[in-house]
Design a protein around this ligand. Structure first.
Ligand code: AFP
Length: 348
């Protein structure tokens, strides 16, 4: 091959490692990636094909949809509903789970996705992306209900994202580590460019929307106060900050050079459970980050252990360098103990 291992070769060689594999999963993954290449093409053309701006509609979250939100969602649904590998799909942009039309064969997987995360950035040409998560359809279920999607993140078969930035990157885990690919537009194929990605346990870079500071819980206020204090404070070293307002871009940066990303819950009514969605943002990204040696927590528990109770459930997200995530968890534990009346303890 003139340019290295293609995604096609990578997944076929991966398939050979599982003698009992039927190839269903491999074909499903290939169909997802093909759909994302089509999204990448529309995103890169932007206003040339009049896809920027608002669709003048709202999604289940009550958020105004961008044209590209709707376009990306439609591309994924149309590219996958016929495949015969899915029992059903769920999307940030659809109020209910999407049943596979009767005219198509059904399969043994469930696909959950955010078709275009970070889409508030579409008009300003900042990196955005598609996040996807593959679950097993419970055995014997031919018409999956919402309940069948409500599986803890630890049950994911696969998680991945495609980042539409200066380069188009595919990042993927099936539980055997994390691998990154870059789209070679000359041949229309993803090439393995970042094999076996891992992230450092330590970091000096944090990402959080500082404008929400007055709303945070004390544990988060303490953690951020300390990193902002830098070498003059208890951490004894300076930190740097980044905020892209696109989770896919933040997580990709953490995979490339380390870091911690926080979107905690806060006192506001619409953020009291968190801002990010559990099934198609937090769970896939947590699977990827844990597989790269990092950690992903609500501040009080491992995200992948949370049993979802609603399709569009939101959750607090503290994800990235293991030592930093564990520190934030310690602060939550201490604050909770103090608030419950336990004797004050000093936590480093
Ligand atoms: P959009 O998809 O509506 O742009 O939201 C992106 C997102 O879900 C996540 O990708 C960002 O990290 C976060 O929201 C940004 O939230 P703020 O707009 O509060 O900064």
């Amino acid at each position: 091959m003139r340019k290295g291992t293609t995604f096609t070769r990578f997944i076929i060689e991966d398939l050979r490692k599982l003698p009992e594999a039927t190839g269903d999963f491999t074909l499903l993954l290939s169909a997802i990636v093909t759909a994302c290449k089509e999204i990448a093409d529309d995103v890169s053309r932007g206003q040339l094909i009049n896809v920027l701006g608002s669709a003048e509609t709202e999604n289940i979250q009550g958020e105004t949809q961008k044209k590209l939100d709707v376009i990306s969602n439609d591309i994924l649904i149309r590219a996958l509903e016929w495949s015969g590998h899915l029992g059903g799909m769920a999307s940030e942009e659809l109020e209910e789970a999407y049943p596979i039309p009767a005219k198509f064969p059904k399969g043994k997987y469930l696909l959950v996705f955010d078709p275009l995360d970070g889409s508030s950035n579409t008009e300003v040409n900042v990196s955005i992306g598609t996040i996807f998560s593959i679950l097993r359809c419970p055995p014997g279920v031919s018409e999956p209900t919402e309940e069948d999607f409500l599986q803890p993140g630890a049950k994911q078969v696969c998680a991945g994202y495609v980042l539409y930035g200066p380069a188009t990157n595919l990042v993927l885990t099936t539980g055997q580590g994390v691998n990154g690919f870059t789209l070679d537009r000359d041949i229309g194929e993803f090439i393995l460019t970042h094999p076996k990605l891992t992230i450092p346990e330590k970091t000096h870079e944090f990402a959080i929307n500082m404008s929400n500071q007055r709303h945070w819980e004390p544990a988060v206020k303490r953690y951020i106060d300390e990193v902002v204090a830098g070498k003059d404070g208890p951490r004894g070293r300076d930190f740097n900050t980044r905020w892209v307002a696109s989770m896919v871009a933040e997580v990709h940066r953490i995979l490339m050079r380390g870091g911690i990303f926080l979107y905690p819950k806060d006192e506001r009514e619409n953020v009291k459970e968190g801002r990010l969605r559990l099934l198609y943002e937090a769970n896939p990204m947590s699977f990827i980050i844990e597989q790269a040696g990092g950690a992903a927590s609500t501040g009080r528990e491992r995200i992948l252990s949370v049993k979802p109770h609603r399709l569009h459930q939101r959750i607090p997200v503290i994800i990235g360098a293991r030592e930093e995530v564990e520190r934030v968890e310690r602060y939550h534990l201490t604050m909770d103990k103090e608030q419950s009346g336990s004797p004050k303890t000093v936590v480093q």
